[in-house]
Design a binder for this molecule. Structure first.
Ligand code: DX5
Ligand code: ZN
Length: 229
């Protein structure tokens, strides 16, 4: 997926959308200025919560959603879910390295299926998991909350992790998106951006404001003030 003209991507998480009207909600949030739809897939095994499978992704594609769908797999094992979400129309698939016995093979499975691939690092997961994959990943997702639930508070030491990953991306010379996921709000988004992101995708709650455009405009206004010198 090519990065758009503006430097930051906003990727609302459907986790807190109104599931009784999911198609309309996704349409509305894209019309309100979101760039990507963040899909939080949980299996009540890798994380202590259960959400939805690939059928919801397929249903949104059949409904007519064309925006990139950024699938965040909080499941273990991952490979069968990768195959299902590729089939269902996922644009990006990321997974937690602890959830796959063969990380390189799982990343290659995503790429071979025509989607962009990436790893998700939990707050206490070491950056060493990136050592052997910087030539392969298209996106790195840093969890700024412990995975499993929306509405949690941003874990502040993520800022230093962002700076370290940013340096690794610069050293790699590759155009790798750095996504931060969890507890991102208008009140902290500027500090997160100034931590040195190349491109920022946000898992954010729809329900912070029922007026999606106002919520996204507020985020963009803060991002515009970020000093990325
Ligand atoms: C948590 C998910 C996040 C979360 C984002 O496991 O990966 O995407 O739903 O929601 P907020 O922005 O409310 O933390
Ligand atoms: Zn997520």
């Amino acid at each position: 997926m090519n990065s758009p003209a503006r430097p930051y991507l906003i990727a609302p998480s459907i986790l807190s959308a109104d599931f009784a009207r999911l198609g309309e909600e996704v349409e509305k949030v894209i019309e309100s200025g979101a760039d990507v739809i963040h899909f939080d897939v949980m299996d009540n095994h890798y994380v202590p919560n259960l959400t939805f499978g690939s059928m919801i992704c397929k249903a949104l594609r059949d409904y007519g959603v064309e925006a990139p769908i950024d699938v965040h797999l909080m499941v273990s094992p991952v490979d069968s879910m990768i195959e299902q979400f590729l089939e269902a129309g996922a644009s990006i698939i990321t997974f937690h390295p602890e959830a796959s016995h063969h990380v390189d093979r799982s990343l290659q499975l995503i790429k071979d299926g025509g989607a962009e691939c990436g790893l998700v690092l939990n707050p206490a997961t070491s950056l060493h998991h990136l050592d052997c994959v910087m030539d392969k990943v298209d996106q790195i997702l840093l969890m700024s909350v412990n995975p499993g639930f929306g509405g949690q508070s941003f874990i502040d030491n993520t800022l230093d992790k962002i700076r370290q990953v940013r340096q690794r991306i610069i050293t790699s010379g590759r155009d790798i998106r750095l996504e931060v996921d969890g507890g991102v709000k208008a009140s902290n988004i500027r500090a997160i951006a100034e931590a040195g992101l190349t491109c920022l995708s946000l898992g954010l709650r729809y329900s912070t404001k029922k007026d999606y455009k106002a919520a996204i405009d507020e985020m963009r206004a803060e991002l515009a003030l970020a000093n990325n010198s």
